[in-house]
Design a protein around this ligand. Structure first.
Ligand code: MN3
Length: 385
């Protein structure tokens, strides 16, 4: 029985993780839960899963929750609360299902407390990949990828050394605007963006999927997780989302990972690794599959992808700038303060203004993150007026 802490338990990945825990109750227990603001659903989850501890955003939410649940369940609050929660000796593995840069400090804390990591959050790895990987190696902690593409690459590699890789094909569904002409993108609305063809996800990642920044973040994440340079990672549009990524080795052999597009599959493997558990997850019906299509991404239509490649060549503090400027722009787009096409414009301008630090430590990464957010906000307010 593995005790799992699930950070971000009411989000899309969090709920899928709890669904895996529910269906594999002999193997996993939801030992700790955390949410940002969804106290009502957290309360329902507490009643069903009876965790040791939970974490909420602030003292006010903690006080509301404390009146409703048993005093034996410890309540933490805020980012510092998450840093404390993950230290609990009873926890075996921490699922990072929360989105955004807020995952970075709790991730560092979990690694230092020698907890294996199931990583669905991309932003922390994009910001501080080399620091996280060094820290994990030092503490002998496994970082098990949950994102379907990273899980696919990890499974395709299954122990092969990164020196034998000739290319990684990072597959992309292409998002909701794959077949929409470029001149129509000017007028897209939040509702157009949130109608993703293949995956139901949180709002931030859904916008990132529409701009293809999601693939850009995955490019950076894959570089750090698997120690591969940007030039070897190719984005491949694959609308059916059946192949979740592939590795081509030096001898020309390609190993792909295929499964139904259902996040419970990579989530369960990150929790059960190295075992593969039988269960009721959906399986591919190859006899019903007519076509698998592949194509090149359109860098002209989706400038965010080119910006991510630029950050991937620059490295140092640049990926943290890309991430922070993108998070701020997406937030502003969701609040209807900027247009869809403004998102990459803002990111490009913040990157152009950045004076890169070549190998930043954690403190410099955090400083870069705050600097880039301030720059993005000031550019956004100048765009508006
Ligand atoms: Mn993905």
């Amino acid at each position: 029985m593995k005790n799992i802490a699930i950070l971000g338990s009411t989000g899309s990945i969090g709920r899928s993780t709890l669904s895996v825990v529910r269906s594999q109750a002999k193997h996993f227990r939801a030992a700790c839960l955390s949410v940002n603001s969804d106290i009502d659903n957290l309360y329902k989850q507490i009643k069903e899963f009876r965790p040791f501890s939970v974490c909420v955003r602030d003292k006010k939410s903690a006080a509301i929750l404390a009146k409703k649940i048993k005093p034996s369940i410890k309540i933490y609050c805020g980012e510092s609360g998450l840093e404390e929660l993950v230290k609990d000796k009873r926890i075996d593995q921490v699922m990072f299902a929360l989105s955004g840069a807020a995952a970075l400090r709790p991730l560092v804390s979990a690694i230092k407390s020698v907890k294996d990591i199931a990583l669905a959050n991309k932003e922390a790895m994009v910001m501080a990949g080399p620091i996280i990987m060094r820290l994990a190696a030092r503490h002998k902690v496994k970082i098990l990828p949950v994102d379907s593409e990273q899980s696919a690459i990890w499974q395709a590699l299954s122990g092969s050394s990164s020196t034998s890789i000739s290319s990684i094909y990072l597959t992309a569904s292409g998002g909701p605007f794959r077949s929409v002409p470029k001149n129509k993108l000017r007028s897209v609305t939040i509702n157009d963006v949130l109608a993703h063809p293949r995956w139901r996800m949180g709002r931030k990642i859904t916008v990132d999927s529409a701009t293809l920044m999601n693939k850009g973040l995955e490019l950076l994440e894959a570089m750090f997780l698997f120690n591969v340079e940007a030039e070897k990672i190719k984005v491949l549009i694959h609308p059916e989302a059946i192949i979740h990524s592939m590795v081509e080795f030096a001898d020309g052999v390609v190993i792909a990972q295929l499964s139904e597009p259902d996040m419970r599959i990579p989530i369960q493997y990150a929790l059960s690794y190295p075992a593969r558990l039988p269960g009721s997850l959906p399986k591919i019906n190859f006899y019903g599959l007519k076509n698998l299509n592949f194509g090149k991404p359109d860098f002209d239509k989706f400038p965010s992808l080119g910006l991510a490649y630029q950050a991937a060549r620059d490295l140092g503090s640049m990926p943290a700038v890309l991430n922070a400027a993108n998070e701020e722009s997406v937030e502003s787009f969701l609040n209807k303060r900027i247009s869809f096409l403004d998102i990459p414009r803002v990111v490009a301008r913040v990157m152009a203004r950045h004076r890169r630090v070549s190998s930043p430590d954690l403190r410099q990464v955090m400083q870069t993150d705050s600097w880039a957010r301030e720059e993005a906000r000031s550019i956004i307010s100048s765009l508006k007026s």
